[in-house]
Design a protein around this ligand. Sequence first.
Ligand code: PLP
Length: 384
Amino acid sequence: MSRATTIVQIVRDAYRAEGFLPLHAPVFQGNESAYVQATIESTFVSSVGAYVDQFEAMLREITGASHVIATTNGTTALHMSLLLAGVGRDDLVITQSLSFVATANSIAHAGATPAFVDVDADSYGLSHTALKAFLESECVLTNAGCIHRATGRRVAACVPMHSFGLPARIEEIVEIATAWRISVIEDAAEALGSKIGSRHCGTFGKLGTLSFNGNKIVTTGGGGAIMTNDPELGKRAKHLTTTAKVPHRWRFEHDAIGFNFRLPNLNAALGCAQLEQLDAFIAYKRDLAQRYSEAFAKADIPFVTERPGTTSNYWLCAILLKDLAERDECLEITNEAGVMTRPIWEPLHTLPMFSSAPRGPLEVTQEIASRLINIPSGVLRQPA
Ligand SMILES: *Cc1c(COP(=O)(O)O)cnc(C)c1O
């Protein structure tokens, strides 16, 4: 039996299901219809309403972040967080090339340029040793902050990403960044429910962000959130994402160039119903990951697992194949067999708009990008 056929068999056995298996489809089997219907009846479908407040309160409870601001999507949450951290025109922001394009796009939206650093071979998140090596060999700490010598640009922030829900080595990253006077913004778009020890991903840096796009662990249709433990940043985030309007019963007065980044109440209603099921979704996905882990070990195919001391939400499960040729063969055969698989994102430094961005060595990124595929990971909808 070819390894591709083995993969198809393992996925089908783990799900105990025939028929097409999607990578990750949303499941609406809780109070979604009821809450959305109630929102329509209330007429509060837009940027004000009780569900937005409730959604933020639920997220504070789940993540432990003292301030949560719901936004239109994960990209705008990142964009706003970068601005709040003081990132401006012509700055550099260190991030990983192994990420979804939104991570680097948001840096460009803030007027800055990404600088790419390698990831860990086990966490798939930004490598703290590669970060340290990049800073020591390419940068210098001055009165104006951390300066990238070759370009003369200020390194204003660092954006590690918790890949597929696997927690990055965020404590080590924060320690190094702090010594270099660089703000850390965690892209925790994929990591709702993921923890290091008992502390939630996205709450270690100055700010952290979440996404509730349709493919994420819970969805609001489209949506995102900013997390912070800094009350001033929290207040500022709320103000700037809601057009920077000065509170008044009828006057339209604004005291800054604000953004229309507020999550609509209609989307938050869907989100509240989804969050009620988060624990059940995570339990299902961690069970699935356990079955995958055992079966792939027997087949001698590396299955990507959480590091000791961390808890992954197993948003997207992943395996590593021998090389690019085997990867492409497996993608072909599994998708043909109705088991949806996908390669990881093309590394961001290879995309035309980021091809001239500064970078350190990216060997681990290249290696993972040529060998990794994501396999079906979502909760399977129960027959009605
Ligand atoms: C999903 C995602 C985002 C943001 O996504 P939106 O679609 O804008 O909500 C950002 N970064 C990563 C790594 C993601 O996976």
